[in-house]
Design a protein around this ligand. Structure first.
Ligand code: GLU
Length: 290
């Protein structure tokens, strides 16, 4: 889609509510990283998990990014437009016998132990998920902030890539989406670090390139809880973006100058791009916001 680009980054919010401070923090980090390297910054709305989508959330997310000067390149991409590609890739994996249908329920897995559906003949007219077969293999990668991550997948269970409700699971969708958009750099929250080896595992099965990864800290409140839609973190205030942006630059440990405090959104972002130093967040997993 974008030829000859050495940096294509993205922000991929789910439309499950307005952007809260934690998600705006991640958006800003990924924007600054892309722009400081003259890269493209794409916006994808991760809208596959339809039962969790909230009406109006996408519009609010776009509006918030605009108010904070985080202008994306190209047009907004919606996961729901890529269903055909997910299904094609799924069929390829099935033909190569790398995935299998599964009719276990969460309850049966908890009480009866691991799934053996791969060894059984199932009635496929009944609801079923698809799981990827895990073969012993170590997945290692270098995260730009968290360092060397090495995970031995031997003791991991086969994970679901298409859910019983027919929805493509996050791990599989994100791998296909990043591939379809030609993403070279993924900057996202530390809470997704644990998913990365699963995603690299899938990239290797599908013969796709692995992007660079950088997992930035997540914002926690004074009680140690992650700010998230689940904890009903509020959407950010759109009335004073300068003030919040200044605070976010501080939370990103970029040491914004005092003079910047009253600067416009555009001036703050230009400063942020020119001075972007992600290493200030090295080995950092959480930042407290009180
Ligand atoms: N849509 C995911 C979320 O909002 C993020 C996906 C990703 O960055 O890989 O948590």
């Amino acid at each position: 889609m974008f030829d000859n680009q050495t940096y294509i980054g993205r922000f991929a919010p789910s439309p499950t509510g307005p952007l809260h401070l934690g998600s705006l923090y991640t958006a800003l980090a990924s924007f600054l990283d892309a722009k400081s390297q003259h890269g493209l910054w794409l916006l994808r709305i991760d809208d596959l998990d339809t039962p969790r989508n909230i009406a109006g959330a996408t519009e609010l997310i776009l509006k918030t990014l605009e108010v904070f000067g985080l202008h994306w390149d190209g047009s907004v991409v919606y996961q729901s437009q890529s269903t055909k590609y997910y299904e094609e890739a799924l069929q390829r994996l099935e033909l190569s016998q790398l995935i299998y249908a599964c009719q276990c329920s969460r309850k049966s897995l908890a009480t009866d132990g691991p799934c053996y559906c791969g060894e059984k003949k199932l009635d496929l007219t009944l609801p079923h998920a698809y799981r990827v077969k895990i073969t012993p293999k170590t997945i290692a990668f270098i995260d730009q902030l968290q360092g060397l991550i090495s995970e031995n997948r031997v003791d991991q269970t086969d994970f679901v890539i298409k859910r019983k409700d027919q929805i493509i699971a996050y791990q599989f969708a994100v791998v296909m989406d990043d591939h379809l958009q030609g993403i070279t750099h993924v900057v996202r929250g530390y809470d997704l670090l644990a998913s990365t080896s699963k995603q690299i595992y899938l990239q290797q099965l599908l013969g796709l390139t692995t992007p660079h990864y950088m997992h930035v800290p997540i914002i926690i409140d004074a009680h140690g809880f992650k700010l998230s839609k689940q904890t009903l973190a509020e959407g950010v205030d759109l009335n004073r973006p300068e003030q919040l942006l200044y605070e976010l630059l501080g939370l990103l440990r970029q040491n914004p100058t005092i003079a910047l405090r009253h600067a416009s959104v555009q001036e703050q972002l230009s400063w942020g791009i020119a001075h972007w130093n992600p290493q200030a967040l090295s080995d950092c997993q959480t930042i407290t916001w009180a």
